[in-house]
Design a protein around this ligand. Structure first.
Ligand code: RB5
Length: 147
């Protein structure tokens, strides 16, 4: 843990459940508090049921950043981005996770739980949590995302 963010909310469906469990352990071992919005088993569920409450909490300012997962990462990202003020980025490598913060001021990282290695996901989470928005030329672009 290298910045001031101490509490990280996580949410997934069954497709991201194993990755979420892995990341929660890694985060806790690194000194973060984890708020787990579920799901809590590998039983099939509908991803919006877990993703919307997390995205709402981020939109309300309860957490600066959040991490979500489903099998592909697509459904989770689509649901999260319905919330005003949420900028959820679907990423599958470290550079994309870095750029999501530096250029897009993304506040939610969406991960494809069935398509990338868990260790890579953990590296991406660390980069996402410890990278700041560059501002500058990106400031206006990000402002223009909201309609
Ligand atoms: C669940 O089988 C799967 O459809 C879901 O995790 C996600 O990939 C949807 O976008």
């Amino acid at each position: 843990m290298t910045n001031e963010i101490k509490t990280i909310p996580l949410a997934s469906d069954h497709g991201g459940y194993e990755m979420k469990t892995f990341l929660a352990e890694k985060l806790r071992a690194s000194g973060y508090e984890v708020v787990d919005y579920g799901t809590h088993t590998s039983e099939s569920v509908d991803y919006p049921d877990m993703i919307h409450p997390l995205a709402d909490a981020v939109a309300q300012g309860k957490f600066p950043l959040g991490i979500i997962m489903c099998g592909s990462g697509n459904g989770a990202q689509l649901a999260a981005n319905k919330h005003k003020g949420v900028r959820a980025a679907l990423c599958w490598n470290i550079e994309l996770a870095r750029l999501a913060r530096e250029h897009n001021d993304a506040n939610i990282l969406s991960l494809p739980g069935r398509f990338i290695a868990f260790e890579l996901a953990w590296e991406m989470v660390q980069v996402f949590l410890n990278t700041t928005f560059e501002g500058g030329r990106h400031e206006n672009r990000v402002k223009k995302i909201e309609i």
